[in-house]
Design a protein around this ligand. Structure first.
Ligand SMILES: C[S@@+](CC[C@H](N)C(=O)[O-])C[C@H]1O[C@@H](n2cnc3c(N)ncnc32)[C@H](O)[C@@H]1O
Length: 275
């Protein structure tokens, strides 16, 4: 642990394996959403990013609202009953399985994250309805083969039936050298026709100056943040059929009420079906 961890008054409260000497995206995001599972170093990073993009907290809330709308669409309209959510984050009510199982209690959800603080809260992600099931796998998106081979995944999801793969606000934490498109291909190849892919991704397209400042703040604090332009995000959906309204600003994806400025949240969002 570095020097700064010993200055963190919350260190004693950290669950085992949780490093409070460097900011972690799950905890920074938790702080933006008003959660309590964050440490001084995360709040510092969160504040530096908010200084760069003053509306960042609203954007995080918009991203969560997309999760809920997409889950409702997938269960109620597309008939999906299985989800694989990678980069889940610290539990935030309602979680994906809460929304899905409220419509179809038999829905099965596998959550995946690689942050020890998410692992510490995994129990809250596994409070399924009796008819359904929710599981947590502690694993890394950069090793998709390991996720697919995991016993808990195999015991929970039937990969001969459609699965919704949800990669929500996680791909910006992967560098191009991690090959996000290749990772998605590996996961997609394991899923049958009729499966779905949901992605939200921060972008520089709507306000390059603010996003550049955020990337600089993240880099300064030792955190990876790779915003991507529309065509880069679109390429992640290669071979999938985007459902209406296509790849759009997150606030414009099947909104309950049309936003006055859909580009106010700097995320692209899309949901697509595997042909
Ligand atoms: C910004 S949070 C998003 C949480 C949630 N998907 C949402 O949008 O509300 C990103 C999450 O991705 C996780 N994550 C980052 N890199 C990952 C990786 N390589 N494998 C698995 N999870 C990862 C982080 O630990 C964090 O919990």
């Amino acid at each position: 642990m570095s020097q700064s961890s010993t200055e963190d008054p919350t260190l004693d409260a950290a669950p085992s394996g949780v490093d409070t000497s460097v900011p972690h995206s799950a905890r920074v995001y938790d702080w933006w959403l008003g959660g309590k599972d964050n440490f001084a170093v995360d709040r510092q990073m969160g504040a530096a990013l908010v200084a760069a993009i003053p509306t960042l907290r609203d954007m995080a809330a918009e991203n969560r609202r997309f999760v809920h709308r997409a889950a409702r669409y997938l269960v109620a309209e597309a008939g999906v009953r299985q989800f694989l959510d990678i980069g889940t984050g610290i539990p935030t009510r309602p979680n994906l399985h809460d929304v899905a199982q409220a419509i179809a209690p038999e829905t099965r959800v596998v959550y995946v994250d690689n942050d020890p603080i998410v692992l510490a809260h995994a129990r809250a992600l596994m409070d399924s309805t009796p008819q359904g099931r929710s599981e947590y796998i502690h694993a890394d998106l950069r090793e998709p083969g390991g996720i697919l081979a995991d016993d808990a995944l195999r015991a929970t999801l039937d990969l001969d039936r459609p699965v919704a793969l949800t990669l929500i606000a996680v791909l910006m934490l992967l560098r191009d050298s991690d090959d996000p498109a290749g990772i998605i291909r590996t996961l997609a190849d394991a899923l049958p026709s009729g499966s779905y892919l949901a992605i939200t991704h921060p972008t520089q397209d709507f306000n390059p100056a603010e996003m550049d400042a955020a990337v600089a703040a993240a880099t300064h604090g030792g955190m990876t943040l790779v915003p991507r332009a529309r065509d880069e995000v679109e390429r992640l959906f290669l071979g999938w059929d985007l459902v209406e309204p296509g790849l759009v600003p997150v606030m414009a994806w099947q909104p309950e009420t049309p936003p006055s400025d859909p580009t106010a949240a700097y995320y692209w969002a899309g949901l697509a079906r595997k042909p």
